[in-house]
Design a protein around this ligand. Sequence first.
Ligand code: SF4
Ligand code: SF4
Length: 212
Amino acid sequence: MSEAQFSSGGPTFQSQARIKFYCDEDRCIDCHGCDVACKEAHHLPVGINRRRVITLNDGIQGKEKSLSIACMHCSDAPCAKVCPVDCFYIRADGIVLHDKKTCIGCGYCLYACPFGAPQFPKSDVFGSRGAMDKCTFCAGGPEETHSEEEFKLYGQNRIAEGKVPVCAAMCSTKALLAGSGEEVSAIIRHRAITRGSGTPKIPYTWSKAYGE
Ligand code: SF4
Ligand code: SF4
């Protein structure tokens, strides 16, 4: 599959490879199109950020890099391992989802997650947590697909419509890619060969997201 097909038409999900996000730091321009699109599409309340853009080495010429981060739908998901009420489930395509009606808001998943993905609304004046919220890869949740309840709890279900997550669809530089691991890695490999800049050092936490 060519990059143009992938980026404009969305992933096909024909292969059974797990889905993945990848943010190409050489293309991210820190415009926040992805996180704004996410908040808007899913009607997220103030204080809930399923996706964030972070900048490393801010202001240092030649070393500044921005990255868009959300739940990475880990191959070996630590959040699912620590949840005391087993509210996580992993779809056949690798999307990691959870059931908000089962979640007790304990926060264990946040401590286990290497990417800081789980978000919590404050449920009352004493600061106790409401049900955890995180990126769904725009795949909704356990409620009936495209039901009012699914939208209210999890936001849009674009995957059921054969679309890419809205963040990747809105990324103007195609820094943020979403699709099967095979498709995403083929694009990144092609870019790396084209740039001829060698293999970047892989940050520690990425082994959790992409496996060994
Ligand atoms: S990024 Fe965090 S919340 Fe998402 S699957 Fe991995 S551990 Fe779970
Ligand atoms: S906050 Fe919810 S999803 Fe996270 S570990 Fe606790 S019960 Fe599970």
